[in-house]
Design a protein around this ligand. Structure first.
Ligand code: ATP
Ligand code: MG
Length: 1007
């Protein structure tokens, strides 16, 4: 049993108890000798080593290990055992004092190391130490006590291991280390198959990794195991099995052209963990929005999908919606998809009928989920209702279960959906919603919420490219591998999509192969060449149809972004056709638009297209663009025309364009010589002979510069010509004011808000006009309230807060100094401002009415009573809410939502019950009852428009800040000219505007 003579000086002793049992002598190297195998001496050592004081009485030890013999015999055997141990470990290893024996020699002990790692939270270390159950199959005849102790210890250590392993598996999953996670989950399950939580972890890990086949087979294995044990699965297990069996392939079904190679997610560990760890924050009750932005092909969708799959696999509620390129021009296209998906989830049924009816209007499919009819409103009103409805829906869903919403490809979203999403997500409270969006780096690619966290994906670096390659197969350990990786990195700019496409192409051409888990190279020179030349791109371009290719060629030869009308004229196709083709090119990530102009998405694309085109095709493209640009009289465009025409080789046409351009330049006072002009127009890169030839080709009249003109008659003619040309050349002049959106009516507020432009004589808006446009009524009465003078931005002003003070009909006049003014339609005022009047009431037993509205109460007393109010509002179907606030206490809390009001209505009676607690300080206070068409009572209590993300308090326009004059106004006429913070439509920034609020007041005297 023993192996004597091991007690050398440099030897450490190690107790092994996890997975097996022995005492080892560990030498200075890696060698070790087994000193004790399972038996009573080892049991004794282990027991002593496990005690905190490492000390036990002899009696206790005899009971523990020799309970089946008489005490005398037990004592003798104990002595022999101690003797044996001392022989092995040294005389001082076990000491005795009185009746006690102590283990005095420090031993390495795997159990202690394991528990130490667990208590330090070093879970990776802990699971590495845990080689298996504590003292497995360790029988000690006569040692029943010891066996019981070992059983308890085994259970304790096992559960510490299960906790550690679970945490390790989860953190590996969170870092996207699926293989490691699966391995540990399986090990955990194998230690104790009876533990269903471990099976669930295996299923979750496999599902996260996207290994659908393995997940299904493990799920079936688990079912067989449970059946063999005659056990019903736990509820969680039941759903884990169902989930595994329903698992979709990794890519959502609408994923376009899945590449044949799918690499492990590479170089995105940080981003992946950041997203998955945020989910825990969301689940604990918080809203979070992450936006992933990057150029095409950098893996935005891939990252989102992996996180999505991960959350789904862990049983979380996650929904995937991809914006479609075709939907960009479909108003509410994306929003409709979103509510169609989330409107059917459990929890959605908790929303109000009004919200349901807006959602049905947004997506008729939902009529099967809600019993409501579609909301009929349109325009701004519809948007407003939908914002309310979506906000309500999101909150209702999150109230039930946390939800993760993945919206991919935001750059394809339609503008109104974006506005709807932005407003709704700005308004939801801090609820359990995780919004993850992705988009290319274009102006409309992001929702830009106040709470947005931005993740920008960078190109893969060289090491990551290597890692990506190695995730398919091993790279041979030869210098060429390094060259291959570098070339691939350099010529793809680290774009994962381009890397994968390059690999495909090289494999298709037999230049690269995967054999027995290794990459193997074909003709190396051709491989490097194919990658360096950008053959992948050529392949993509070759696959375009004729029309798309023509469009791309035009963009490729163009030196500057091209507006759609120029594309249309150059291609001889109508504008809508051209727009459709450009949108397709954009989907292929070959073209991008900035505003209304288009260009190739990358210079390398333009270069490749130009290189691939036949010379004749190139010349035609230049000619077409040159001719299209020649239609302009604007010098910079003419310059482009000249360059293109020159590049096309059409000398006559080039000369014609040059003559035209020189005349315009001269007219504008340009004194440079013709040669200088020719060089400037053609660009420095053109050979000087070309410029010379062009300058020399000018007709005599143009070749003479102004100061040298001698003959008066000629000068006169020239001046006339110049005059005419100058007229064409000068930018158009502002001439008139025009109304592009007419007001139709006013219910106090003029609706719709008039939109007014400054135009040239042809009725074209002058974008650069910045003059102030003023408005007035044509007749002296009624008057106008609101912003009466607005500086035109981009030649346009929107009068969105005009209200008419009095009875109609009304006609408006819009004026700009020096220009012809514009008159609006004559429209009716459907009523005065919305009003709220106090008719009568009883509060704390005191009667009040319009002329007696004061109550007297004691400090801290409850103020309670009923009011009869009359309200008038001409707002269409807006949601109008009645509320009341006290002018004491915490303004953000001391108000109440009394009731919704139905509008339009004129002098409609409405009863309201109010309850407040009187303040502790005597004085004169007020209760203001008011209504407005805002989202919430707090909006108008704080003087904030509903489109602002949240109410803004203490900025001077809260109702409790109303001046004595305003309170008097409210009492006298039922409304107050207050101020609201709202979003400026032009700039998107908050601004404060006058705003009428219907209100009435009670005076409260506190004694
Ligand atoms: N980090 C990565 N590791 C491995 N493969 C990746 C990685 N990033 C992207 N890929 C792969 O590259 C291809 C393109 O990625 P993806 O479609 O996610 O790009 P994208 O940024 O969403 O592009 P787009 O703007 O066109 O929507 C996919 O096949 C994807 O699986
Ligand atoms: Mg994408």
């Amino acid at each position: 049993m023993t192996d004597p003579g091991a007690a050398e000086t440099n030897t450490a002793f190690r107790l092994v108890t996890l997975g097996s049992a022995s005492l080892l002598a560990v030498g200075s190297g890696t060698s070790s000798k087994t000193l004790l195998r399972p038996g009573k001496p080892l049991a004794l050592l282990i027991y002593l080593a496990s005690l905190p004081e490492k000390t036990a009485s002899r009696g206790h030890l005899i009971n523990l290990l020799w309970a089946d013999t008489d005490p005398e015999h037990g004592l003798r055997t104990l002595r022999q055992t101690i003797f044996q141990i001392r022989q092995l470990l040294g005389d001082d290893s076990v000491t005795s004092s009185g009746r006690d024996l102590s283990l005095a020699l420090p031993l390495e002990f795997d159990r202690d190391e394991f528990l130490g790692a667990v208590s330090r939270g070093d879970t990776e270390r802990a699971i590495a130490i845990y080689k298996g159950p504590f003292l497995p199959d360790f029988g000690v005849p006569g040692g029943a006590e010891f066996e019981q102790w070992a059983d308890r210890e085994r259970d304790r250590l096992q559960s510490a291991y299960v906790r550690s392993a679970e945490s390790v598996v989860r953190s590996r999953l969170d870092r996207g280390q699926y293989d490691l996670a699966i391995a540990e989950a399986r090990r955990l399950r194998d230690f104790d198959p009876a533990l269903e939580s471990s099976w669930r972890l295996v299923l979750e890990s496999l599902a996260s990794s996207g290994d659908r086949t393995a997940a299904i087979s493990e799920a079936e294995e688990l079912e067989r195991y449970l059946a063999s044990e005659d056990r019903d699965p736990e509820n969680l297990t039941r759903s884990a099995i169902a989930r595994a069996k329903k698992l979709q392939p990794l890519a959502p079904p609408d994923e376009p052209a899945v590449p044949r190679l799918v690499a492990d997610l590479t170089g995105r560990d940080r981003e992946f963990s950041r997203l998955t760890s945020t989910w825990a924050v969301v689940k604990s009750g918080h809203f979070r929005h992450f936006h992933v932005a990057a150029p095409p092909g950098f893996g935005k969708s891939r990252l989102l999908r992996d996180v999505f799959t991960r959350l789904r696999a862990s049983g979380s509620r996650a929904v995937w919606i991809g914006a479609l390129a075709g939907d960009r021009n479909l108003a509410y296209g994306l929003a409709s998809d979103i509510v169609g998906r989330i409107g059917q989830l459990s929890g959605a049924s908790g929303i109000s009928t009004a919200a349901a009816s807006s959602l049905i209007a947004l997506n008729p499919k939902l009529s099967s989920s809600f019993s409501a009819t579609a909301d009929r409103s349109d325009g701004e009103e519809a948007l407003r209702h939908r914002v309310h409805a979506l906000t309500e829906l999101l909150e209702a869903l999150a109230d039930e279960t946390p939800i993760a919403l993945f919206i991919d490809d935001m750059h394809w979203s339609d503008p109104v959906s974006r506005q709807l999403l932005k407003s709704a997500f700005s308004r939801i409270g801090d609820c359990r919603i995780f919004l993850v969006t992705s988009g290319r780096k274009v102006p409309d690619g992001n929702l830009n919420l106040a709470a947005t966290h931005l993740i920008s994906l960078e190109p893969l670096d060289r090491d990551e490219v290597k890692q990506l390659l190695s995730s398919f197969a091993c790279l041979p350990d030869i210098p060429f591998s390094e060259e291959f990786v570098s070339t691939l990195h350099e010529h793809t700019g680290g774009s994962p999509l381009l890397i994968l496409e390059n690999l495909h192409l090289a494999m298709e051409r037999g230049l690269l192969e995967m054999k027995d888990g290794d990459w193997s190279y074909g003709n190396r020179a051709s491989l490097i060449d194919a990658m360096s030349r950008g053959d992948v791109l050529e392949e993509r371009i070759r696959k375009l149809d004729e029309q798309l290719y023509r469009m791309l060629l035009l963009l490729s030869v163009a030196e500057e972004p091209v507006p759609v009308p120029v594309m249309s004229s150059a291609s001889g196709r109508d504008q809508s056709d051209v727009e459709a083709s450009l949108a397709l090119l954009e989907q292929h990530a070959l073209a991008v638009s900035s505003g209304s102009e288009w260009r190739c998405s990358h210079d390398s694309i333009a270069e490749t297209v130009v290189r691939m085109a036949y010379p004749q095709e190139r010349a035609q493209a230049h000619h077409a663009l040159g001719a299209a640009r020649f239609q302009s009289s604007y010098l910079p465009h003419l310059r482009l025309a000249i360059r293109h025409l020159n590049a096309s080789g059409d000398r006559d046409k080039t000369r014609e364009a040059f003559v035209h351009a020189v005349a315009i330049a001269r007219a504008a006072g340009d004194r440079r010589s013709n040669l200088q002009l020719a060089t400037a127009m053609l660009g420095e890169s053109i050979p000087s002979e070309t410029a010379n030839r062009l300058a020399a080709s000018l007709p005599l009249s143009n070749r003479i510069s102004l100061p040298t003109v001698m003959r008066a008659g000629f000068v006169a003619i020239l001046l006339t010509v110049i005059g005419l040309l100058a007229f064409r050349a000068m930018p158009a002049k502002p001439v008139q004011v025009a109304i592009t959106t007419q007001p139709l009516a006013a219910n106090a507020l003029v609706v719709p808000p008039p939109v007014v432009e400054i135009q040239d004589r042809k009725g074209r808006r002058l974008q650069r006009a910045v003059d102030t446009i003023t408005v007035e009524t044509v007749e002296a009465k009624p008057g106008l309230i609101g912003t009466l003078a607005i500086a035109a931005v981009g030649g346009r002003a929107v009068f969105n807060d005009l209200s008419v003070d009095g009875e109609g009909p009304v006609q408006l006049r819009f004026k700009v100094k020096g220009l012809k003014p514009a008159l609006s339609h004559r429209f009716n005022v459907t009523g005065t401002n919305p009003t709220l009047r106090l008719i009568s009431g009883v509060v704390n037993g005191q009667r009040i009415d319009a002329s007696h509205r004061t109550i007297t109460v004691n400090r801290g007393e409850t103020i309670s009573g009923d009011l009869l109010l009359h309200y008038t509002s001409y707002w269409g179907s807006a949601s109008v809410i009645l509320g009341a606030t006290a002018t004491w206490g915490d303004r953000k809390k001391n108000f109440v939502d009394l009731a919704p009001l139905f509008t339009p209505a004129e002098n409609q009676p409405r009863r309201a019950h109010i309850t407040f607690t009187a303040p502790e300080t005597p004085g004169i206070y007020h209760i203001v009852v008011a209504f407005d068409a805002e989202g919430n009572v707090e909006d108008f209590m704080s003087g904030t428009n509903w489109r602002m993300p949240e109410p803004i308090w203490n900025d001077g326009n809260d109702i409790v800040d109303w001046t004595p004059e305003q309170l008097t106004q409210a009492k006298a006429r039922g409304w107050v000219q207050s101020k609201f913070v709202q979003i400026d439509n032009a700039t998107g920034k908050p601004r404060t505007d006058p705003h009428p609020v219907a209100a009435t007041v009670l005076d409260v005297i506190v004694r």
